[in-house]
Write a protein that binds this ligand. Structure first.
Ligand SMILES: [Zn+2]
Ligand SMILES: [Zn+2]
Length: 518
């Protein structure tokens, strides 16, 4: 018997498959349809890893079975090719990311074909291909026109030595992961996508999908809906008010102090009244060097400083209570200020114990120990004594002229990167007209070639250095204007690939509506 030569035989059949196109999905086929979707790979310089092969093989088996069962199967493949590894490689070697990407995708394609996956190669897409990112930019413009993409100043982690914004994951113990320099918080104008407008829709949608329960819980917590009240605490001898958000207005009579986030604007306004300003200033400086994650760590001992000379009035019982600043309160959640009820909140309880602050129990649980986070009948709450806490929430809110409100943990998505290897954001900045979208017929805004891929010393994208690209005429008024030089994050192109596969060569629209229904 002749030995089985897999090299010869596999090559022969792979060529045959390619010639006959048996793995091509047909548009508008009469057969029942099946869409096998894998996460498209990032084409790294190292080639495929075993994790790719594992998941692609599983889906390949399903796809082949479905074909044999008579389905029209769409099993496409493409490349999620923008992003940092290729860009860092370009910074190090000076090699154009286009060249590196071509080399890497050629290698991936060769490896995948050699493995004999039944992909429909006629639909291959690449997020860095201008014919593809034209539509990534087009979608951004639709968001912009609907007010769902906007620019705002937000604090970012900033390494003063590397002159670069860092993700929370790149900050270790308050220091830059690359060089060890203490990280500072810096305000930076960034593009954001308004995903918070979809918080309710996302929550409702979670009920209809068959995700694992723990994934659903994670997502629900990430959206983090909380219903509560906004309540004003007057600052003694001023007309200033501290607005707090609380999910437990029923415990208002037990609020024995108020805590401001270090970023809270009132701290600066009260500067002349604060007797220990030096101490406060030092504390703020420390806090501004910490990331949000570090500030929120459960196991971390709570820190804080009292604003000496400042008192707030508890609106429920007119009692004077101290005002503190502490970094476990975030400026970005709620109103950036909280009322502390140590008898009924673990965090407030720990803080009160540490700093010897009074603890007043206002909900009865029939037990002696002071901390109790559950519901029950009110005590020590004036005319509300004896009322069930759930009912008291709204009554007490009304009593102090508070407002019922809903807050989310979910934030808008920071969609700007001051980098090179990404889709240029198709916006023109005109002194007269503001942010003007690039006319759709001028898309794609091509990513220009460049010599130095490194972000600039002022933290701007290296694109800002190409004046011939940056300086343009305003499409609206014809006056002098500049291109936006931020690029999109690497998640941009990978948010729409599964739709584009249905009509990958369409140059007139993102995808034909009928094909999108695959
Ligand atoms: Zn650094
Ligand atoms: Zn203009």
């Amino acid at each position: 018997m002749k030995p089985y030569s897999h090299q010869k035989i596999e090559k022969k059949w792979q060529k045959e498959w390619e010639k006959s196109g048996i793995y091509k999905a047909k548009d508008f086929s009469k057969k029942p349809k099946w869409y096998s979707l894998i996460e498209f790979p990032y084409p790294s310089g190292a080639g495929l890893h075993v994790g790719h092969i594992r998941s692609f093989t599983a889906m390949d088996i399903i796809s082949r079975k479905r074909r044999m069962e008579g389905y029209n199967v769409l099993y496409p493949i493409g490349w999620d090719a923008f992003g940092l590894p290729t860009e860092n490689y370009a910074i190090k070697t000076g090699i154009d990311p286009r060249v590196a990407t071509k080399k890497n995708t050629d290698n991936f394609r060769r490896q995948l074909k050699g493995l004999g996956f039944s992909f429909d190669w006629s639909r291959e897409i690449n997020t860095t291909d201008p014919n593809y990112y034209k539509w990534t930019q087009w979608i951004f413009l639709q968001f912009f026109k609907k007010g769902l993409a906007y620019k705002a100043e937000i604090p970012i982690n900033w390494c003063p030595k590397d002159k670069i914004g860092l993700a929370n994951e790149e900050v270790i113990g308050g220091k830059c992961e690359r060089c060890g320099t203490p990280v500072v918080q810096k305000l930076k104008s960034q593009w954001l996508l308004k995903i918070t407008a979809y918080a309710e829709k996302l929550l409702a949608g979670l009920k209809t999908v068959d995700f694992l329960p723990e994934i659903k819980l994670q997502q629900t917590n990430w959206i983090g809906k909380s219903e509560g009240s906004e309540i004003d605490f007057l600052i003694k001898n001023t007309s200033l008010k501290i607005k707090v958000f609380t999910t437990r207005p029923d415990t208002l009579f037990g609020a024995t102090y108020v805590v401001l986030s270090p970023e809270h604007y009132l701290i600066q306004e009260l500067k002349n009244q604060i007797q220990n300003w030096e101490e406060i200033k030092n504390y703020l400086n420390q806090a501004f060097h910490k990331t949000e994650e570090e500030r929120l760590k459960e196991e971390k001992e709570k820190t804080g400083v009292e604003l000496k000379g400042v008192k707030a009035i508890n609106p429920a019982n007119e009692k004077e209570i101290p005002v503190w600043v502490a970094d476990y309160v975030l400026s970005t959640y709620g109103t950036g200020a909280i009322m502390a009820v140590p008898a009924h909140d673990k965090r407030d309880y720990d803080f009160a114990k540490k700093f010897n602050l009074p603890v007043i129990k206002v909900i009865d649980n029939g037990q002696k120990e002071k901390l109790y986070e559950g519901a029950g009948k009110l005590i020590n709450s004036g005319k509300f004594n004896g009322i069930e806490s759930e009912k008291a929430k709204w009554e007490i809110t009304q009593f102090v002229n508070g407002k019922k409100t809903i807050k989310y943990h979910l934030r808008d998505w920071v969609f700007s990167r001051q980098r090179y290897w990404g889709e240029p954001i198709p916006i023109i900045i005109c002194e007269k007209c503001g942010y003007v979208p690039v006319p759709e017929k001028e898309l794609p805004v091509l990513l220009p070639k460049i010599k130095n891929y490194r972000p600039r010393d002022d933290g701007e994208s290296p694109l800002a250095s190409i004046s011939s690209w940056v300086n343009v005429k305003c499409p609206k008024c014809g006056g002098k204007a500049k291109r936006e030089t931020d690029v999109m994050p690497n998640w941009a192109g990978s948010s729409l690939y599964f739709l584009r596969y249905t009509d990958p060569h369409n140059n007139k629209s993102f995808a034909h509506f009928k094909k999108l229904k695959y």
